[in-house]
Design a protein around this ligand. Structure first.
Ligand SMILES: [Fe+2]
Length: 369
């Protein structure tokens, strides 16, 4: 038969129906040999393996978005959970954050954050002092030296408009230039653009589990140097040299962190990097102190940042005035879509103090390699 011959429409459709029936029969035989939920990457011929990290993370979560114990607590407290991604992101409905929620509700928020990595709330018109008080329920707060503050210096105002376009559109986890980067960030929406302005969150645990084995192996003891100076100069070129020198004298820069981070509360491993602060050519093996070739280091950073942007790992949050997002910087990366220029977008943020990142490979994850 001439493979290049052209078919009449009717003839083509008859052949398509026959082909679909034959393929369905052949595939059903193959799939019948699968057992339960067992993942067999070599047989999932129609399943792009980049998504396997989500399946592995979900499996580790017991194949449910939250533990049964947490769901029972939600039911008892009268809260409803709306899950956005399979392994990441839930909206907590039915809670009022104004005036300081009770201790049990705070513990619930904290535990939901640990299980879901980022939690959202709707219709929470908190004043600045109430947002500060809510943040302090989870620990001390960090002041942010490089942005516009609210009335209180612990409030960061994230304001973009025609004169000052949004620039947080790169995958990152916050403030990795700090020796002890913030545990989490809590942002409240004050004003949204008419279209756009969403924030996207990516599951750094699932991203890690979805990496090819050779890359996971290579990352095991790699560290990199994080530096805020690009961030300081890039949004406003032309800052006086004396001012930059004074800041450098006051705020330390050049801190090293591992590319893999053990979550201090859940014990899970996450990819840990900020594409803007990490010097892409600065990777070295922490055991020997040996630096990687520039080309290899840059290639590794590129692949890790690319992993976070895969849609399988991402949940997307549409802001409304009064919406609040609380993300765990030890478990997720985020990306503010800068798709609303010249419109205005205003958020308020507080950050909860964290600890020094470390990597301690747990035995069960070693077995996954
Ligand atoms: Fe950020």
């Amino acid at each position: 038969m001439d493979a290049s011959r052209s078919l009449e429409k009717k003839e083509y459709n008859e052949a398509a129906v026959r082909t679909a029936a034959s393929l369905e029969s052949a595939r059903s035989e193959i799939f019948q040999s699968f057992k339960g939920r067992e993942i067999k990457p070599d047989r999932l011929f129609r399943f792009d393996r980049t998504g396997l990290g989500v399946a592995r993370e979900y499996e580790r979560m017991g194949n449910r978005p939250v533990s049964q114990a947490l769901q029972e607590r939600a039911d008892r407290l009268g809260f409803t959970l709306e899950h956005i991604g399979l392994t990441i992101g839930s909206v907590v409905h039915g809670i009022d954050l104004r005036g300081g929620p009770d201790e049990e509700s705070i513990r619930f928020v904290r535990d939901t954050l640990l299980e879901r990595k980022v939690v959202f709330f709707r219709e929470q018109p908190l004043e600045e002092d109430e947002l500060l008080a809510f943040g302090r329920c989870f620990g001390e707060l960090d002041a942010f030296p490089f942005g516009q503050t609210g009335e209180d210096p612990f409030i960061l105002e994230i304001r973009h408009d025609e004169r000052y376009p949004g620039y947080e559109n790169g995958w990152h986890t916050d403030v990795t230039w700090m020796e002890c980067p913030s545990l989490g960030s809590i942002a409240q929406c004050i004003e949204i653009p008419p279209i756009g302005g969403d924030t996207l969150f990516s599951d750094s645990h699932a991203c890690y589990l979805g990496l090819p084995v050779d890359l996971r192996d290579r990352l095991q003891h790699l560290h990199g140097i994080n530096d805020y100076r690009n961030f300081l100069v890039a949004p406003a070129p032309g800052l006086p040299t004396e001012l930059i020198e004074r800041i450098k004298a006051e705020i330390p820069f050049g801190v090293h962190h591992p590319l893999l981070r053990t979550h201090p509360e859940t014990g899970k491993t996450a990819l840990y990097l900020h594409g803007g602060f990490l010097r892409h050519d600065s990777l070295y093996d922490e055991r020997t102190g040996e630096a990687l070739e520039k080309s290899e280091a840059e290639e590794i950073v590129r692949r890790l940042l690319q992993q976070h942007q895969r849609p399988e790992y991402v949940c997307r949050f549409r802001w409304e005035p009064g919406s609040i997002a609380f993300w765990d910087n030890r478990a997720v990366q985020h990306y503010a879509a800068s798709d609303y220029y010249p419109h205005r977008r205003i958020l308020r943020r507080v950050t909860v103090s964290g600890d020094r990142p470390y990597y301690d490979p747990p035995p069960q994850e070693q077995a996954l390699l």
